[in-house]
Design a protein around this ligand. Structure first.
Ligand code: NAD
Length: 241
């Protein structure tokens, strides 16, 4: 049966956005764009130095608003894949950028949050923001100052949409992992979860290099996502039956 008729789960990581000009996570000795991850990705870091954490995410947001940062051929190919899929299709991304949406993906969950949103840690008000978050910012709902933070899941916090994600995994027939190092859990554990279901599930990995989970996949496609994904999707659509 054509893959297009199956339930498809796509997991993406920082690698898919790399060729759009957004750096990945662990390229240079555990640094994310020259910051130490533990200095900017935990609640403790935010409590200790909110200015540093705010400025890190303000910089990421500013970078994303730069017109030069656009979805690439891999993002567009996934949107085309979704359009041609005859069954259920879901993209779960660990990325905090909005490039899948910009490329036209519709069913997408940002399990680590996104740079589109912020929230007040005091009253939980969600904010769609396009300004710089500073410690002087006063929440319009509860009037507390310095409590607004970016709506990104930090280390030690619960990723979002896990119920929806695991419900989808239960019925997944094709699992495709793209540009993730498989170092960050629970996303890195999805492949083990599927492996233990003892069902025939097609599992494909797309990456520049082998990862610690490559052995669990039926097929590993090596190379830049902008080349491997469009080719894969084009061939599926051509073969459509
Ligand atoms: P990671 O940085 O740990 O790994 C990236 C993976 O992508 C590596 O295995 C690398 O070999 C591969 N890769 C790099 N360029 C590629 C390309 N052109 N084509 C195919 N593969 C390529 O990323 P991760 O596993 O997603 O780590 C998770 C954390 O990084 C997430 O929590 C995420 O929020 C955060 N992050 C997100 C962004 C973003 O939103 N774009 C950027 C950096 C980090």
């Amino acid at each position: 049966m054509s893959i297009l008729k199956k339930n498809i789960f796509i997991l993406t990581g920082a690698g898919i956005s790399k060729e759009s000009g957004i750096n990945t996570f662990r390229e240079k000795d555990g640094l994310w764009d020259n910051y130490k991850i533990e200095d900017v990705c935990t609640v403790e870091a935010f409590k200790k130095n909110p200015e540093l954490v705010n400025s890190f995410y303000n910089e990421r947001k500013k970078n994303l608003l730069d017109p030069k940062i656009k979805p690439n051929a891999a993002h567009f190919a996934l949107a085309e894949f979704e359009k041609n899929c005859k069954n259920d299709f879901l993209v779960v991304t660990q990325n905090i950028d909005n490039l899948h949406e910009k490329a036209g993906s519709k069913k997408i969950l940002h399990m680590h949050g996104s740079l589109e949103k912020a929230y007040c840690m005091y009253c939980n008000r969600k904010i769609n923001y396009d300004f710089e978050i500073t410690t002087n910012y006063k929440c319009k709902s509860c009037n507390n100052k310095g409590m607004v933070r970016v709506d990104i899941v930090w280390f030690g916090e619960q990723p979002k949409y896990l119920n929806q994600i695991y419900n989808f995994l239960e019925k997944t027939e094709v699992f495709i992992s793209i540009g993730t190092s498989n170092n960050v859990y629970p996303a890195a554990g999805f492949i083990d979860f599927l492996d233990q279901l003892n069902k025939k599930i097609l599992m494909y990995e797309f990456n520049l290099e082998k990862t610690c989970k490559s052995i669990l996949f039926d097929k590993v496609f090596s190379g830049p996502a902008t080349k491997t994904i469009p080719k894969f999707v084009e061939e599926l659509i051509e073969k459509k039956s």
